[in-house]
Structure formats: C-alpha cells, structure tokens
Design a protein around this ligand. Structure first.
Ligand code: PMP
Length: 427
C-alpha cells in the first residue's frame, strides 16, 4: 500500500539528507517509510498511493481548522494577488498583533518572525539584553527549536534520535545553557543558587515535545518566584500550546504567567510564522526602539499574516463552542484508547490540554523526560504502524503530541477506536 511513497522516499534520499527537511518526518523512531502526501482535506490526509488517513498531526499543530479551510484559503489567495512580500510594513501585521495582544493582560507588543525557532532564539536574546545577564535555564525534554544555545537535552526529533546535543554546536555556545529536570523544584532552586548570571528560564508550560507532559502549578509558581527573586525573566514557549491548550494557550489555563511569550504554529495557520511578545517595557529594548537587534527579510509576511488573522478571528468569534468541542473530542479519543488498553491489560497513560493530546505505554504518568524514556517504545512503534495501515495518522514518535482539528467528527473518533481495539488485542 506504500509502493509510490517508498519510491518517492528513495528519490528524495538521493538529494535531501534522510529524504526529509525536518528529521522527525523520516519515521526513524517507528520504522517504515513516511507516506508522501498528495493533499489534505479537513481532518484527512491523502498520500500519493491513494491512501486516506485521519490526521492527528495537522502539520504538527498549526492547522486547528484542518486542511484547506475555505476562509483561510480565500484570504491567502486574495492576499497573494497583491504580491508575496514587500519588505515594508503592511496593516496586516498590526491587525494580527492586535488580535494577539488583546488576549493577554501581560503583553503589549508583538514582533513577528518566520518560525518558532526564530521566536525562541530572539526571545532569549531579548531576555539577555534586558537583564544584562548571560545564563539561561532550559528543561530536559523541552524543545524550543534548533538554535545553537537551545539544542541541549531537547525533546521532539532530538529526543527521538537520542542525541543529548548536536555536533556542530561548540561547547562554548552552550556553556551558558543550564539544564534542569522538568517539574523538579529542588533542582531548579539549586541552579539559581549556583549561578548569579541567570537571564531567563525558558519553558514549555505544557510540554509537548516529550509527549504531552504538563508542568505542575507548583513548579511553574516556583519558576515565577525564582525569576522575580533573582531578577531573571520567565519565557513561556507557547509555540505549540498557543491557541491550542485554550484560546489564551497555556497562559489561559495556568495561574502563573510568563514575561515573554513565544508563538508559532496556529498564529500562522500553516504558513511560516512565529512571534514573541511581552510588555511595552521589555519590547522597548528591541531594535529599532532599543539596542537588542533582531530582523528578518520575510518577517511579518503578508500572506502568512492574512492566514493567521483569519484563523485567530475565527477562533475568537466562536471560542467557547470551538474549544469545548476540541477538548471533548480529545478526551473522547484518549479515554477511549485508555479503556481499550485496560481491557487488554496494556499499561497506558493519557492526558489532554484543549486540542492537544498525549498517550504513553507505561505504568505511571511521566512527569519528566527521564520517565518518558521508560515507556514502551517498541509497543508504540507497532501501534503506530498498524494504525497507519488502517488509515490513522498519529505522530510518529512517543516524544510528540497529537492534535485535534475542528473538522474531526465523533464518528471519525469512533472509527479510530474500533481500529485501535483490533490492534491492541494483539499488541
Ligand atoms: N518551540 C516549541 C514548543 C515547539 O514545539 C517548536 C516546534 N515543534 C518550536 C519551538 C520550533 O518551532 P519551528 O519548528 O517552527 O522552528
């Protein structure tokens, strides 16, 4: 059933390293060949062999309205006709910035970039510029993109490949990156005691790059407390959780708030967009207002802004209904999976936050990266492969999070659970 994809993959491997432009797409963690995609439609993906899949990846999060949403498509086409890029300001940037700013009490200004990696990299530069300090704290298993100083004990594809760091990143560049265990308060306190040069903590408040592992309220409150006590800034990386965990992302459902928030994925609705945002005072340090330099030829690209604008406006216009529905469907899916697993004596842990969902084959819900590493990866790989053959496209690693889009129906989820039952019987 994958003949054309296998051939396409062989061709791709001749001219693209590993045949892919982002490592996790290569299916290394679960084995097999990735289906090559022909098109998407709502909740579904179609590959070049003509297979149809219910898509729980949704381009790793951006497509909250599913593939080919008509309103987003229309806005993109209309904007394209005026030109693709100007390298000059457009009103669309202000409009999208307003949509984001309006939603948070602690944000006054936004700077748009073209990826989540750029957003976190720039947020860290800003934090260092504001505080005049050098060290940053990140947590094992949190992934913040592939900039040099953040490629230390990162999750997602990095975890999948078991690489604690990457060749090509000089130790001199990562010596200011202090790595702590997620959800470990004592470890974090010790880190602040050991260094007097901490500019910021960067955290996924709801980690999605070691599977779905939310931080505890107590842990986040400690992050806040220590940042305030030692004059550091707290960066909430909401590239994944922004507009996914709730309309206001993780910030909307947590008591603790960050000083700088990074965005990506949903705010671009599938176009390349990232952003970082903070108070007027903090953002005032950014060039051209301040001295912290940051720039981009395609930043605030009009087509990307138009797509994000429609996406956020649609979410806002109907937010209560949309988020209740997404969340109910995410819960229906994972609770259904858990019931089936229990029926066949398979240990499984499940969790959701809004339209994000996660499941692990293990006895106890993991609280950190090391505990995720204890899960049954072999069982996950078999489950993944068998589900794919039945037409259900889950993220191809246990270190990833799944996403529900608005066009998924309860019947889709029932079909998925029926398939899962057949597979778990023999898992
Ligand atoms: N931060 C988080 C939390 C992410 O999940 C990701 C990507 N999955 C990034 C940053 C990097 O974003 P991008 O891939 O757009 O560079």
């Amino acid at each position: 059933m994958f003949e054309k994809s296998i051939k396409a993959y062989e061709e791709a491997c001749k001219v693209i390293p590993g045949g892919v432009d982002s490592p996790v797409r290569a299916f290394k963690s679960v084995g097999g060949t990735p289906p090559f995609i022909q098109k998407g439609e709502g909740a579904y993906l179609y590959d070049i062999d003509g297979n149809k899949y219910l898509d729980f990846v949704q381009s790793w999060g951006p497509l909250i309205f599913g593939h080919c949403d008509k309103d987003i498509e229309e806005a993109v086409i209309k904007t394209v006709k005026n030109g693709l890029s100007f390298g000059a300001p457009t009103e669309l940037e202000t409009q999208l910035a307003n949509e984001i700013v309006e939603m948070y009490d602690n944000i006054d200004k936004v700077r748009f970039v073209s990826s989540g990696t750029e957003a976190t990299m720039s947020a860290i530069r800003l934090a260092r510029g504001v505080t005049g300090k050098n060290d940053i704290i990140k947590f094992e298993g949190c992934y913040h993109g592939h900039s040099d100083s953040l490629l230390v004990q990162a999750g997602s594809g990095m975890a999948t490949f078991g690489a604690p760091s990457s060749p090509g990143v000089p130790a001199d560049l990562t010596k200011h990156t202090l790595v702590c265990e997620y959800n470990n308060i004592e470890n974090l306190k010790k880190c602040f005691e050991d260094s007097s040069d901490i500019a910021c903590i960067i955290i996924e408040p709801i980690a999605g790059n070691m599977g779905l592992v939310p931080a505890t309220e107590e842990f986040l409150a400690t992050c806040r407390e220590l940042c305030d006590k030692y004059g550091a800034l707290l960066i909430f990386d909401e590239v994944m959780s922004g507009f996914r965990a709730s309309l206001k992302g993780a910030s909307g459902i947590l008591k603790t708030q960050g000083d700088i928030i990074t965005f990506g994925k949903v705010i671009g609705a599938g176009m390349p967009v990232g952003a970082f945002a903070a108070s007027r005072e903090i953002m005032g340090h950014l060039s051209p207002e301040g001295k912290v330099y940051q720039a981009g030829t395609l930043s605030g690209n009009p087509v990307a802004m138009a797509a994000g604008l429609v996406s956020l406006r649609k979410l806002k216009a109907n937010s209560e209904l949309i988020y209740a529905d997404l969340s109910a469907k995410a819960n229906k899916l994972v609770n259904g999976l858990k019931d089936i697993a229990t029926k066949y004596n398979i240990p499984m842990q499940v969790d959701t936050r809004g339209s994000m969902f996660g499941f692990f084959f293990c006895e106890k819900a993991p609280k950190n990266f090391a505990e995720v590493g204890l899960c049954d990866f072999k069982r996950f790989a078999t489950f993944h492969h068998e589900m794919l053959k039945k037409g259900f496209y889950f993220a191809c690693s246990q270190y990833e999070t799944g996403f529900i889009c608005t066009t998924i129906t309860n019947e889709d989820i029932d079909a998925c659970l029926n398939a899962a039952d057949e597979i778990m019987k023999n898992l």
